[in-house]
Design a protein around this ligand. Structure first.
Ligand code: G4P
Length: 285
C-alpha cells in the first residue's frame, strides 16, 4: 500500500504549518472516527505543542458509536484532550466543538486579563491529513456561525479568517498534514476508508483485507448483508459474495473487479452498518 508523501512534500507542509501556527491559539485536529489511529499525523503532538487542542472524530455517521465513545474517553483520560464525534456533512456534533472553543476562549481571555492585556479573539486552525473532512468541517462551522470574513492587517495576505460569534476566529484554509508512512496496516486502513487513493492498489487484495478485518470486528455482517454463512477463508467468503450478488463473468467465473468494488463500496458508504476498524486498546495502553 503506497502512501504518496515524499520527504520534500512533508518538509514543505511542516514549514507552512509551523509558520501558520504562530498565529494560532487552538487547533481542531480532524480524525476519521473509523480509524482514529491511522488517520492521525505521526508528529501532531510536537507540531502543536503549547496550543489548545480539540479533536473532531469526523465521519462519526459511519463509525461504531460505542467504539467512538471509547476513543473520546481515551483521548480525555490519557492525553487530557477533549474530543467530540462529528458528522460534518449533516452538521451533527458541531455544537460540541463550539462549546469546547468557548472554554478555550474563556481560558485565553482570563490569562490575558491576569497579565493586564486586553482581550482579543481566539484564533483557531483546523488540521488533518487529506480527506478526513477538514473543508466540510470548516464550511459547516462557518455556515452556521459566520459573522463576516475579514483580512487581518499585518498577517500573511493569503490567509483569511472566518469570524465566528463569541470572539472566535477560524482560519478559512485547513492545515494539511501527512499520514503515517511505512506502516502497512495504516496504509490499508486509509485505503479501505477511501482516505487515501494509493497509486497502485490491488482491489482484490484490499477487499480480502476488509473481509479479514470484518471477521474479527463484525462477523455477523456476512449473513446479515449477503446471506452467507460464515467460514474461515476470506477468499471463500469473497467468492460466495460474488455468487450471491451475481458478480460473475460469462461462464460463471468470479468477476474479481466487480466483486471487490461492491464489497469496498458497501463498506465505505455505510451499507455494512456503522463500523470502526480501530479500537483504542489496540494502540494505547
Ligand atoms: P479534506 O478537506 O480533509 O480533504 O476533506 P473534505 O472536506 O474534502 O471531505 C472529503 C470527503 O469526505 C468528501 O467526500 C466529503 O463529503 C466526505 N466527508 C466529510 N465529512 C464527512 C462526514 O462527516 N461524513 C461522511 N459520511 N462523509 C464526510 P467526496 O466524495 O470526496 O466529495 P463530496 O461528497 O463532498 O462531493
Amino acid at each position: 500500500m503506497v502512501i504518496n508523501w515524499y520527504p520534500g512534500h512533508m518538509a514543505r507542509a511542516r514549514k507552512q504549518i509551523t509558520q501558520q501556527l504562530k498565529l494560532i491559539d487552538a487547533v481542531i485536529e480532524v480524525l476519521d472516527a473509523r480509524i482514529p489511529y491511522s488517520s492521525r499525523n505521526p508528529d501532531i503532538s510536537s507540531l502543536i505543542r503549547g496550543k489548545h487542542h480539540i479533536i473532531a472524530l469526523n465521519k462519526a455517521d459511519l463509525s461504531d458509536c460505542i467504539i467512538t465513545d471509547s476513543w473520546i474517553e481515551t483521548f480525555k483520560k490519557k492525553f487530557g484532550v477533549k474530543a467530540a464525534p462529528v458528522d460534518a456533512v449533516k452538521g451533527n456534533g458541531i455544537k460540541n466543538l463550539l462549546e469546547f472553543l468557548d472554554e478555550v476562549r474563556n481560558g485565553v481571555s482570563e490569562k490575558r486579563k491576569s497579565k493586564g492585556m486586553l482581550p482579543r479573539p481566539v484564533r483557531v486552525m483546523v488540521l488533518g491529513i487529506p480527506n478526513v473532512g477538514k473543508s466540510k468541517l470548516i464550511n459547516r462551522i462557518a455556515g452556521i456561525n459566520k459573522v463576516k470574513v475579514e483580512n487581518k492587517p499585518g498577517v500573511t495576505r493569503s490567509l483569511s479568517w472566518i469570524r465566528l460569534k463569541n470572539d472566535i476566529e477560524l482560519m478559512d484554509t485547513p492545515g494539511l498534514l501527512w499520514p503515517k508512512q511505512n506502516d502497512e496496516n495504516v496504509g490499508i486502513n486509509l485505503a479501505l476508508t477511501g482516505t487515501i487513493r494509493p497509486d497502485i492498489v490491488n482491489m482484490y487484495e484490499l477487499s480480502l483485507h476488509l473481509i479479514n478485518k470484518l471477521q474479527k470486528i463484525k462477523p455477523e455482517i456476512f449473513k446479515e448483508r449477503y446471506g452467507i454463512d460464515i467460514c474461515s477463508e476470506a477468499e471463500l467468503i469473497f467468492n460466495r459474495i460474488a455468487d450471491r450478488r451475481g458478480c460473475l463473468l460469462k461462464g460463471g467465473e468470479v468477476d474479481y473487479d466487480r466483486t471487490s468494488r461492491l464489497i469496498l463500496m458497501d463498506f465505505q458508504s455505510g451499507k455494512l452498518g456503522k463500523i470502526s476498524l480501530e479500537k483504542p486498546e489496540w494502540f494505547i495502553k
